[in-house]
Design a protein around this ligand. Sequence first.
Ligand code: CAA
Length: 440
Amino acid sequence: MTEVGIDGIEIWAGKLELDLAETFAPAQDDDPGKYTKGLGLYSSSLPDVYEDIVTMAANASKRLLERKGLTPDDIGRIDVATESSFDKSKPISTYVAGCLEQTFEGDFHHANKGERKFACVSGTQALDDAYNWIRAGRNRGRKALVIATDTALYERDDPGEATQGAGAVAMLIDEDPDVTALSDAQGFGSADETDFLKPNQQFPSVDGKRSMQVYLARMREAMMDFERNGGDTHPDNFELIPFHTPFPGMVRKAAVLGYRHCIRDTEIEDELAEEIGRQPRPEAFDDEEEYLDAVKEYTEALGETDAYADWYERTVQPTLAISEQVGNWYTGSVHIARAAGLAEALEEGRELSGRDLLVASYGSGAQAEIHAETVQPGWEDEIAQLNIQEQIESREPIDFEQYEAIHDVHNHDAETDMEPLTTPEGEFVFDGWGRMGERK
Ligand code: CAA
């Protein structure tokens, strides 16, 4: 059967850089260690005055189509996943298509355009939709453009403010893909939750601590569902494990719990048994609290082992390299984790072709999805084209006063007329609400 998956990726980061340790922490009267060590974040990417979810999505897509030598006629489907939809009206993909039609010959009149909404997991749902569309043979030789784009800003003084970010990931989904092929093995963990909501308002309502618990609970369910559906979760069988990364500290918590689950009844547990014992079994305890204490103690000890540290260094740490510099991108977050992991692997000369990734997505509200992908022979050439590191390094650093002003600019309820802090170069820019869609 022909493989279907990700044939190309382009990433567009917001142009401004808020340093969390040097600029944000002092203004909040916080110890910088809370950000760098606790949350695992160094800086946030924020959009300049002329950037928004449409411009970032269109700029990433333009570069992707140009690089792959494609025109609108090659694309049969455009799906945008976003938590930041601004007009609560037509899909953002229509605006993106409008932008791209200003640059490329031809139009997207034949293309099926849509918008996916389920918090951060909707980027992966859009990827799944494109995969299913191609596998069902309804693409008639055309490819799908899947875009995850967000301005993930929180209300001022919300604890989530520390985890903000903005950027877009454009992915081309096709047969015989160059980056990764998706597998049919999938697992879901889904429940009606209200941990993080971004309803008809600019900033989310979030119960941060609860959202962390829900993330872990749904991930665990998804892992078990993945196993029930025949998915293999032996920790040594995956080269990289990109997680949805609201902040790297969240992934550290999820990774050790995932490892604990996956080594149960394996030779890894046998090897570690002498050092830390075996995973406590509920039937061995009369009292639930005692059992939970034993599990906590075991998990902490597991996290201190060399076996765990080596596994984490190889499979998870490389996936955090972009997130720690840009913050949360909601729908794009797990997709920059995949890109970061592959980019780090390329730099280290790791041979990944034919090897598997385990991709762990999450969206508040809440749903987790676990699926496997196999790295394809063309991955090195594709990943070598990413310029995200250059984008990160060339962002404009902002001071706290500028941060306050730019936050207001992106608050649709605030009145501002701030001048841009950077100069756009040959890219789509947002030029006013009155002329929505006219982007140059
Ligand atoms: N040195 C080292 N570590 C420090 C420190 C210091 N000086 N000061 C604090 N820390 C540690 C804390 O111990 C804590 O780590 P642990 O959780 O391991 O104990 C960490 O830094 C963060 O500190 P706080 O818990 O005090 O931080 P907070 O309460 O101000 O906010 C948060 C944390 C709740 C995650 C908040 O940032 C938030 O609400 N974020 C938005 C919601 C979110 O991202 N949720 C994630 C799951 S939901 C999801 O994934 C969907 C999505 O994208 C939103």
